[in-house]
Design a protein around this ligand. Sequence first.
Ligand SMILES: Nc1ncnc2c1ncn2[C@@H]1O[C@H](COP(=O)(O)OP(=O)(O)OP(=O)(O)O)[C@@H](O)[C@H]1O
Length: 663
Amino acid sequence: MWTISHYRSRGRSATVERLNRFHGGWGMSVDVSADRSVWSELFHGWADRRDGRLRLLRLVPRAGGPLVTLSVAIQVVAGTLPLAFVLSTAAVVAGVPDAVAGGLGSAAWIHLRGLLALTAAVFFGIQLLLPVQELLGNLIHRRVDDQIRDRLMAASYAGSGVAVMENAELLDHASDATHRLRTQMWSPGAAVAGQVALVSRYLQTVLAAVVTSVAFAWWAGAALLVSALTIRFGYRLGLSAFTQVFRTTVRARRRSDYFRTLMLQPAAAKELRVFALLPWLKREYTEAAMDNVKPVWRARRRLFYGPYVLYVLVAFVLLIAVLTGAARAASAGLIGIGGFMLVAQATSTAMRIGGFIAESDVQTEQGLNGYRAVEYIERITADAAAAVTEGDDDPAGLPTSEIRFEGVSFAYPGGPPVLDGLDLKIPAGQSLAIVGLNGTGKTTLVKLLARLYEPTTGRLTVDGRDLRAFRAAAWQRRVAAIFQDFAHFELPVRDNVGFGAIEMLDDLERADKVIASALDKVGASDFVEGLPRGAGTPLSRQYTDGTDLSGGQWQRIAIARALLAVEGGAGLLVFDEPTANLDVRAEVAFFDRFLELTRGVTSIVISHRFSTVRRADRIVVLEHGRVVEDGSHDELLARDGRYAELFHLQAARFTGEEDNDRG
Ligand SMILES: Nc1ncnc2c1ncn2[C@@H]1O[C@H](COP(=O)(O)OP(=O)(O)OP(=O)(O)O)[C@@H](O)[C@H]1O
């Protein structure tokens, strides 16, 4: 959790300390400290970066064989044409004196005309290929990103539990990866397309060096190559070293994204105004944004601009040597004017690889960061899924006799025990209510039952069999649970209810019937019929004809979803504070109906309202992680223990209020 004061501290060391605290989870160390020399920092983690590039290269075939083959072929042609242009323009320049001497119509003139046409055709070809290269690059980019997106979704839903989704570091990376994939900027797909785009650039450089060697001198070709590659590798080294810093600022980026979206979210707008939070929010946003960009700026200056001057100087000396040598050879008559032109143009063509390559460099380095985030998420979620024990058995039709918690203890990661040796038997077909003070673990108990978390010790059984003998996903389909923080899908009413038994939605006619019946059972038919498009109305004001619902109306929709799940075959119904937003009369009416509707279905209701609880077949009181009382409403009142105390407290409040109202 971020606190206001946590991020108040300013200054480089504080920023570096914060950033270093968050980089560990990436699986490699990213050192933003200035204690090292620039050179050792540039090469620090180089092997890891190289391996990352190789993993990106292994993604290239994922874009599809024919597309990649075509794209590489186009890149080869695009890499060759500039040299063809250099050769033909050099030939044009060399042919001009003879054509001028021969005059119009001479053989030299006709030859020159042919060369000019060839040069124009090559130029035209280069221009024509540019959009084709871009188009194919975009296709590769999109196809790879689509697959990475699928991988990310599969990783997010690997395993049955949700504990992994609460891992802060994983959420940092997930937000980073999804942002990249959503914006398609600096994504893994962009990196892969950027790698393919390098084919034409490298080919141009090599061909330019070969042409220079053949047309002038081998040493000049070699010097040209060394000069171009010095700038190239130096530039890439600096870029890849400073791009690592983005991996350490991922949490600051998430924070600034959070503050920015908070400012624009309708849900927060009311409280931002009422509590006058906007100035604070703006300040926090700016601070988070600065935490994100300052280390990057600093690393860019240190690792990138400084050393880059050195590479340029080396390249400059070599280029001067090549051009001076060519000029001297031309003045000595060893190469003609065309030869000199050729060397000069080849030099400029070769040097196109030095420095920034718009279609490749930033994309490759940043996309690699995005790919690493995806790999990290896959690793963590696979580990979490592997830690869940599950068998192959099918829990269809269960429970038929009972569900049991046997000595179950549980603690959230890093937290104190919530459940502590809990024993509880839930007979099939019975309605059980769970009561207890805030934070005593009632919701946690049902999360364990739904296998969203695994017990730390102890076990759960269904009809005497360990829950772990069943496929976790199949068991979850047996459980129809509506939690306190149930989902508000910004989708039509029909979907919000139908998600209880998604397979039913395929048969539209039947779906409409069962959804209407579920809405009727929870007393939601009237208000749904009054919506602009009935059950087809999107439940969000952000869509045409969309609407929002009151808390109680949303709750009825969620309950209808659970009832539909029972209709679809779920064997265990769980309601966590199902009627907290219903008025007292609606609640009483609902529960009278509810017990009728779910008769014979194993159900668990968690509630603080004793008017709800007292109607259940059986009630358990949870305290200190265990069941401390167990019985029917009358039995527990007669016992005059914890339940009776809580019940009388609530009853007295209501009676007091009524008395006051009367008075
Ligand atoms: N995802 C989580 N990560 C860490 N701790 C959690 C998480 N969810 C709940 N807790 C903690 O576990 C304890 C039990 O929470 P739980 O939600 O099960 O209580 P509850 O009895 O349902 O409370 P309430 O009546 O307020 O709904 C609380 O101390 C809570 O802070």
